[in-house]
Design a protein around this ligand. Structure first.
Ligand code: SF4
Length: 380
């Protein structure tokens, strides 16, 4: 770090703390110190926006209010509660970790950083977030938002994924949260909003959350609102007009297009669906039979014959769903067809639309299930 920057972390802390105490959004998980509730929110917030997470978090905490509830929930219930959030490995890891807490910590969420980090699905960022927010430990955090804020404030032009730069950013995050522990914080106490009143016992929590919040609300990837930013006087990117070039994330990997054909097969008002096995993407979720068709000239009817060893009745285009998973841009084209009997060469279970409603689907196949239910209704 350049010599001139040595005192900067200490100067930033009161600015960030005071700004957060006044501007923090009122989010449901900010009204609690329960480490389990904070943990659930942090896992849900990975790859997912705050406004999407709120109803999922509320529903989860109502249905599974304790660690023991999460540890003992059936896989069907867990996946249904997570349906629509995506990245389902998160919920399976969450349950594994809940079971470990029950087995190894008598069901009480551990307070030590190392014990938290040892839990399945919890990395350095999440362990730091839980330990600082729930227990006010001076544990640093570094995610995409914090990287953006720190690289801009400190004018760090190197790629944050590089080992040395990443270590430097962690060190800055640690200095900030450590200074917060000693900050004199009585100034921002607000009796009318006790959940966001800044006090000594939540200064580390607030400092880490202020970095996340600044990245989410002010120091956004595009068009950051520097003029209303509490740290603009100390920010290199603002002073040198470099907000567009920081952070330097290098070249993005090109997206790959993938095409699938799905068959929404109906017999007497029931639909054939299959459950994905363990160990694959979207394990345990339900889906309509579907096949990857990238570049294949095969027509849908011929594909049906080849896959099900049966002649295809009339195929009616049902819908096309486009979505992205990591670097894949996926197009799923669905066809509806009615069969006279269920003797198809495939596995799966036949369910009515009401029964489908109770199963957990990926977002794309949930749309197919809704379209299938509508197709039945429109026939009546
Ligand atoms: S001044 Fe602008 S670039 Fe700097 S931290 Fe604030 S919003 Fe981000």
């Amino acid at each position: 770090m350049p010599a001139a920057d040595k005192s900067k972390p200490r100067k930033l802390v009161p600015l960030l703390l005071d700004w957060f105490a006044i501007n923090a959004r009122d989010l449901p998980w900010r009204r609690t110190h329960d480490p389990y509730a904070i943990w659930v929110s942090e896992i849900m917030l990975q790859q997912t926006q705050v406004k999407t997470v709120i109803p999922f978090w509320n529903r989860w905490m109502t249905e599974l209010p304790t660690i023991a509830d999460a540890a003992n929930a059936s896989p069907d219930k867990l996946h249904k509660l997570w349906e629509g959030l995506g990245y389902y490995t998160r919920v399976r890891n969450l349950q594994k970790a809940a079971q470990a807490i029950v087995a190894q910590h008598d069901g009480k969420f551990p307070e030590s950083f190392d014990d938290v980090l040892a839990l399945t699905g919890i990395g350095r960022y999440t362990a730091g977030a839980i330990c600082s927010i729930a227990f006010n430990h001076p544990a640093p955090i570094l995610d995409g938002n914090v990287i953006r804020v720190l690289t801009r404030i400190f004018g760090i032009a190197e790629n944050p994924k590089e080992k040395a730069t990443n270590a430097w950013l962690w060190q800055l995050a640690e200095e900030l949260v450590t200074h917060a522990k000693d900050a004199k914080t009585a100034k921002a106490f607000s009796p009318s909003r006790p959940w966001r009143s800044l006090r000594e016992e939540n200064a580390c929590s607030f400092l880490n959350q202020s970095l996340m919040e600044l990245g989410a609300l002010i120091c956004t990837p595009r068009s950051p609102q520097c003029l209303v930013c509490p740290v603009k006087k100390l920010c290199v990117a603002f002073k040198e007009n470099r907000t567009e070039e920081l952070p330097n994330l290098g070249k993005r990997e090109a997206a790959t297009a993938r095409h699938f054909t799905a068959f929404v097969i109906e017999h007497n008002g029931k639909f054939l669906v299959q459950q994905r096995p363990a160990g694959v993407v979207n394990a345990h979720l339900w889906e309509f039979p579907n096949f990857e068709t990238n570049g294949s000239p095969m027509k849908p009817g011929d594909l049906f014959k080849a896959q099900f060893k049966a002649s295809a009745p009339e195929l009616v285009p049902l819908c096309t769903v486009k979505h992205s998973i990591t670097r894949y841009r996926i197009t799923l084209q669905a066809f509806h067809l009615r069969v006279k009997n269920t003797a198809l060469k495939t596995t799966g279970t036949w369910f009515s639309p009401a029964e489908l409603d109770a199963l957990a689907f990926s977002s794309a196949h949930k749309k197919l299930a809704s379209a299938a239910a509508k197709s039945i209704l429109s026939d009546r």
